[in-house]
Design a protein around this ligand. Structure first.
Ligand SMILES: NC(=O)c1ccc[n+]([C@@H]2O[C@H](COP(=O)([O-])OP(=O)(O)OC[C@H]3O[C@@H](n4cnc5c(N)ncnc54)[C@H](O)[C@@H]3O)[C@@H](O)[C@H]2O)c1
Length: 273
């Protein structure tokens, strides 16, 4: 119950899903938590439940991130843990999603049937610039902007733990999600580079690469769900706590010899090392 006693943690995108679960476990483990989210109502709700603080900035807005972390520095004079968790899924209407799911199922059926493949997703060939840029802005720019500002606080104190949210989509790829996969792979590469750079300052940087977890982000997955379950040896989606415990471990002193790693609770989807 006291693995994070006395630590100050900021979790981005913690008004929902994985960030919310991480925030709850952090608070239970004794951390004082700053809840960040774009959605002020969601951030207020979670902060109230964990007796935490609220900072509503957009992680993809460099100036807003700078102001947010300046406020942390001024108010608390320290930051022990940063979790770069804020993220978005590709935005589809219900109709678009149903159409894409049907296409994907048909495509996979044709591929596995061994005959001629005539159904294609064609996501990359039709992806608009703004969709590509938005995905990279929230995930990759956001992780960079927040890490840069956090290091300004952690560096002089020569201590800190940063946990970045990757995905098995960044490890194994995922059909029809090129921007999301690129962003998540980028986050994992970024984590390794920064881990090496700041190891001498006593700061650890690691990533988590979750498999499919039941959260509001994955709730709209319908017809494609059986396909995803078939690819998961444990044959189910994970729970937010499966990721929250990984974050507690990586943020705590129990992981004091762990840096530059990707920890992947994924039900066996991808096996490594
Ligand atoms: N759920 C999964 O299966 C899964 C798997 C692998 C990785 N992830 C990653 O985990 C993270 C959390 O996902 P989730 O499933 O909890 O999603 P979610 O949609 O439940 O929560 C994401 C939160 O981030 C916030 N947010 C979005 N853009 C933001 C921005 N620009 N600035 C600040 N906050 C912002 C949202 O308001 C929301 O509260 C994401 O990075 C996601 O890509 C999720």
């Amino acid at each position: 119950m006291d693995r994070l006693q006395g630590k100050l943690a900021l979790v981005t995108g913690s008004g929902s899903g994985l960030g919310e679960a991480i925030t709850r476990r952090f608070a239970e483990e004794g951390a004082e938590v700053v809840v960040n989210d774009l959605d002020p109502g969601a951030a207020e709700r979670v902060a109230k439940e964990v007796d935490g603080h609220v900072l509503t900035f957009d992680v993809s807005d460099s100036a807003a991130v700078r102001r947010g972390f300046a406020e942390v520095a001024e108010r608390f004079g320290r930051l022990d843990i940063l979790v770069n968790n804020a993220g978005i899924a590709p935005r589809y209407s219900d109709e678009e999603r149903a159409e894409r799911d049907a296409l994907l199922l048909q495509h996979v059926t044709e591929l596995q049937g061994g005959g001629e493949v005539t159904t294609f997703l064609d996501t990359t060939v039709s992806l608009p610039d703004e969709d590509w840029r938005e995905m990279l802005a929230v995930h990759l720019d956001g992780t960079f902007f927040c890490t840069r500002e956090a290091l300004k606080i952690m560096g002089p104190r020569r201590s800190g733990a940063i946990v970045n949210m990757g995905s098995i989509m960044g490890t194994s790829g995922g059909s029809g999600a090129p921007a999301y996969c690129a962003a998540k792979a980028g986050i994992m590469g970024f984590s390794r580079a920064v881990a090496l750079e700041v190891v001498g300052r006593g700061i650890r940087v690691n990533a988590i690469a979750p498999g499919f977890i039941d959260t509001p982000m994955t709730a709209p997955i319908g017809a494609a769900r059986p396909l995803l379950l078939a690819q998961t040896p444990m044959a189910r989606f994970g729970e937010p706590d499966d990721i929250a415990w990984a974050a507690v471990y990586l943020a705590s002193d129990e992981a004091k010899f762990v840096t530059g790693q990707v920890l992947s609770p994924n039900g066996g989807w991808h096996m490594s090392q």
